[in-house]
Design a binder for this molecule. Structure first.
Ligand SMILES: [Zn+2]
Length: 496
C-alpha cells in the first residue's frame, strides 16, 4: 500500500470570516450636524464641539443612518429586533476624540442574515451574516516625518463621527476566492441600495479578515488571526492566500498559531504581526448613557422593506427573462447600478423592445470597449453616448437604413462628437442601398464587368460569389446591403 503526502488543501480546511466597515453617505454625521462628505474638505473644517469630543455636548441620532442600516440589513436577509441600543467602546488612541467610540455591542440593529455566494471551486454556498450594526467613524491620523527624520502624526477630525456601518459575517467562507466574491457582491448591494459609495481605495469600504485553519473533518475552529490594512479586493485575496500558506507551514512544522492581529504589507506581499488580539472585555463596553434605546416599530421595518430597490440578483433575472439576455451579458450589465440604469433607459427608448439584445450588444461590446480605453471619459455617465443614441442606432440597423459596418462608423463618430446617429448618418452620407430596384442596376453592371468571376461561379466555385459581392460593395461605395446583394446576385446568375 502506498501513501501520498496530502497538500494544504486536503490536509487543512480554511475558515474565513470578514468584518466590513462601510461609511454611509448621509448628509450629516452620525451624532452632530457637520457634513459627512469630507472628501474634498480641508482638514479639520467639518468639525464642531461634539465631533471634537468637547465635554458638555450631547449626541443626537441621525435618523437616516438608522434607516439605511435597516435597509442594508433587510437586503441581507437579517432580522430586525424591536429594541436596539448604543454602547460605548472604550480604548485610548489619538484617533478617538472622546476616548470612546459610540458603537453597538449586545443589542445591534440587526442579526442573523445571509448572502448566497458562488465560486468556481466551491459552487453556490450560503454565507451567514452575524450582524449589521451602526457606529461612528474615528478621526484620521496622518503619519509624517520631518527633515530631521523625526516622526510625528497629524489628526484630521473631519472623518470623526461619520456614520459607519459594520457588517460581520459568520466564519463561513472556505477559500480566499469565496471571500473575494462575498466582498464584491456586498459592495454591489451597498451601491444598489444607494447607502454608500463603498469605495475600498477611498476608504469608504474597509475589510478586516479573520483566518484560521483546522484539520479537514474537525468541528472545532483553530486559533484565528485577524488581518488588517488591506486596501483593495486584490489585497484581501493576496493577504488571505499568504496567510493560509503561512499558517499551514506553522502547523505542519508542529507549531502553534498565536491568536493575534497581523497587518498586510502590500509592498512585500506578506502579513506581519502587529499585536496580540484584544478580547471584548478590554474595551469595557457599557450602554451609552446619553442616548435612549432605539425602539424599531414593525411598521417602520415593513415600510423600509417596501421601499427596497430592485437588487442585483433580481435585476439579472429580469434582464434574462424580459429581454432574453444571456447570463454573462446580464451580469455584465448589472455589475454597477449605473450600467443597469443605462441599459434600462436604452430599452425604454427603443421603438421595439424586442430589439433589447441588439442594444445590449452595443453597450457591452463597443461602448464598454471605448470606455475602457478612453482615459478622458472613464465613467459610463461621463461619456457622450446617451441611452437614446444607442436606441436610435439600433433602430437604424434593424430598419435596414444602415449596415452593421456603417453602424460601427456611426458609433465611433457619436463617441467623438456626441451627435445623434441621424446627424452622423446625414453628415457622412451613410445610407444603405437596399431593395431590388436600387441594387439591380449595380448588380447587372458587376456581372457585365466580371466575366471570369461569373464563369468561375457558374462552374461551381462558390468563392467567386464573395468576390462579386465585394465588387457590388465597391461600386456602391460600401452602401449596398451585403445580404441582399448576395441574394440578388445568386438569383441573377442562376437565371440566365
Ligand atoms: Zn460635528
Amino acid at each position: 500500500m502506498t501513501t501520498t503526502t496530502p497538500d494544504a488543501a486536503t490536509e487543512f480546511e480554511t475558515v474565513i470570516g470578514l468584518e466590513v466597515h462601510c461609511q454611509l453617505r448621509t448628509q450629516s454625521k452620525m451624532f452632530c450636524r457637520c457634513p459627512a462628505d469630507y472628501a474634498s474638505a480641508e482638514p479639520n473644517t467639518f468639525v464642531c464641539p461634539l465631533c471634537l469630543g468637547m465635554p458638555g455636548t450631547l449626541p443626537v441620532i441621525n435618523r437616516t443612518a438608522v434607516e439605511w442600516t435597516i435597509r442594508t440589513a433587510l437586503a441581507l436577509n437579517m432580522t430586525i429586533p424591536e429594541l436596539s441600543k448604543f454602547d460605548r467602546k472604550n480604548y485610548p488612541y489619538p484617533d478617538l476624540m472622546k476616548g470612546y467610540q459610540i458603537s453597538q455591542y449586545d443589542m445591534p440593529l440587526s442579526e442573523g442574515g445571509w448572502m448566497d455566494v458562488e465560486t468556481e471551486d466551491l459552487g453556490l454556498r450560503r454565507i451567514g451574516i452575524t450582524r449589521v450594526h451602526l457606529e461612528e467613524d474615528t478621526a484620521r491620523l496622518l503619519h509624517r516625518e520631518n527633515e530631521a527624520g523625526e516622526r510625528y502624526s497629524l489628526v484630521d477630525v473631519n472623518r470623526s463621527g461619520v456614520p459607519l456601518m459594520e457588517i460581520v459575517s459568520e466564519p463561513d467562507m472556505r477559500s480566499p476566492d469565496e471571500a473575494r466574491v462575498y466582498l464584491v457582491q456586498l459592495r454591489q448591494i451597498l451601491r444598489y441600495l444607494g447607502v454608500s459609495t463603498a469605495d475600498m481605495e477611498k476608504g469608504s469600504f474597509r475589510c478586516d479578515a479573520n483566518v484560521s485553519l483546522r484539520p479537514v473533518g474537525a468541528d472545532e475552529y483553530g486559533a484565528k488571526v485577524e488581518i488588517k490594512n488591506m486596501n483593495s479586493f486584490r489585497g484581501v485575496h493576496s493577504a488571505l492566500e499568504h496567510e493560509v500558506v503561512r499558517q499551514a507551514a506553522v502547523l505542519r512544522a508542529g507549531g502553534v498559531i498565536d491568536q493575534e492581529t497581523r497587518g498586510w504589507d502590500e509592498d512585500r506581499q506578506i502579513t506581519l504581526s502587529q499585536r496580540s488580539k484584544e478580547e471584548a472585555h478590554d474595551y469595557r463596553y457599557f450602554p451609552e448613557p446619553d442616548l435612549p434605546p432605539l425602539s424599531i416599530t414593525r411598521e417602520a421595518v415593513e415600510r423600509i422593506r417596501g421601499e427596497l430597490p430592485e437588487l442585483p440578483d433580481q435585476r439579472v433575472a429580469r434582464f434574462q427573462s424580459e429581454y432574453g439576455l444571456g447570463e454573462f451579458e446580464a451580469n455584465l450589465l448589472t455589475e454597477e447600478p449605473a450600467r443597469a440604469d443605462y441599459f434600462d433607459a436604452a430599452v425604454a427608448a427603443l421603438d421595439d423592445p424586442s430589439n433589447a439584445r441588439e442594444a445590449a450588444n452595443w453597450i457591452t461590446g463597443d461602448l464598454f470597449a471605448q470606455i475602457n480605453k478612453d482615459l478622458a471619459h472613464p465613467e459610463l455617465d461621463a461619456q457622450p453616448i446617451t441611452p437614446t443614441h444607442i436606441a436610435d442606432l439600433v433602430g437604424l440597423i434593424v430598419g435596414g437604413d444602415i449596415s452593421r459596418s456603417q453602424a460601427r462608423t456611426v458609433f465611433e463618430a457619436m463617441y467623438e462628437t456626441g451627435d445623434t446617429p441621424a446627424t452622423v448618418v446625414k453628415a457622412k452620407g451613410l445610407t444603405q442601398i437596399s431593395g431590388e430596384d436600387a441594387l439591380s442596376p449595380i448588380i447587372q453592371q458587376v456581372i457585365a464587368d466580371n466575366d471570369s468571376a461569373v464563369d468561375d461561379y457558374r462552374s461551381g466555385k462558390e468563392a467567386a460569389l464573395k468576390y462579386l459581392v465585394g465588387q457590388v460593395m465597391r461600386h456602391s461605395r460600401g452602401q449596398a446591403n451585403p445580404q441582399q446583394a448576395s441574394e440578388l446576385l445568386v438569383a441573377a446568375l442562376g437565371s440566365d
